[in-house]
Design a protein around this ligand. Sequence first.
Ligand code: DGY
Length: 321
Amino acid sequence: MRPAVLVARKVFPQVVERLREHFDVEVNEEERVWSHEELIARLRGKQGVYLTPTNRIDAAVLEACPGLKVVANMAVGYNNLDVPACSARGVLCTNTPDVLTETTADFGIALLLATARRMAEAERFLRSGQWSNWSFDMMMGRDVHGTTLGVLGMGRIGQAIARRAAHGFRMQVIYHNRSRLAPEIEVSLNARYVGKEELLRESDHLMLVLPYSPASHHAVGAAELAQMKRSATLINIARGGIVDDAALAEALRERRIAAAGLDVFEGEPAVHPGLLDVPNVVLTPHIASATVRTRLAMANLAADNLIAALGCGPRAGQPPS
Ligand code: DGY
């Protein structure tokens, strides 16, 4: 008998077709995210689930769906999965690293430029008819080239950003990470390992690229913001919850840092109202990996993982690293 799998969010039709070659597939064809209860109800009796970061797999799901064997997450981040609970029940979790690294790094740099050079603010200014003349001090921002970029979390995406910063923008790169990079990689990225305090103190622009976990919850809160330069920008393309959004909104309002660029939010799609109220923040709706090519690659990799892990294909499943 063919395994039964659930595709919990709408995804590229050609990817669903691939899954149908191997499995009995039920797809969420709705535009909305199913509630946790709906997910559980649909998942009963299925062996696999194709998931996006909008749904979570936790002990309640595992308890209600004892036949579940594989969770294929279409994302590199997997903070929506209770991996220890899955492992304890022998449920294999897979994610989609590598295929989104360069695209996400491009976006990190784009958001940094947009933030430092006040692009969203300038566009709002122009569209609202406020531009009456050129003036010497209109929309002055901060330089990116030749400044110091701090990278918190130096995994694949952090390194791809550091490479762009060092070689494209002649930035000095400093970074903090759980472990230090090999010396030859540090040299190739022009990157210097520093403690977290020095990173906060010395960065002209601080880029957050670390995974979310209880250990990284509010890694940047009021105390950390207070240590940053008043001229600094903060960019979060990692996960909501790494930044204390309420503390950030306050720091931006009081100009304790210059500006922020945020692609991810605590409790998204809700956005802290204080962030919507201040002009010196660029807000995007979790789109760092959203190019046609990369989203298709992520979707296909998640399908490959599900096919391989349920024993239907040649590739090995790819457990989160
Ligand atoms: C990821 O892959 O983790 C991105 O944030 C998309 O959700």
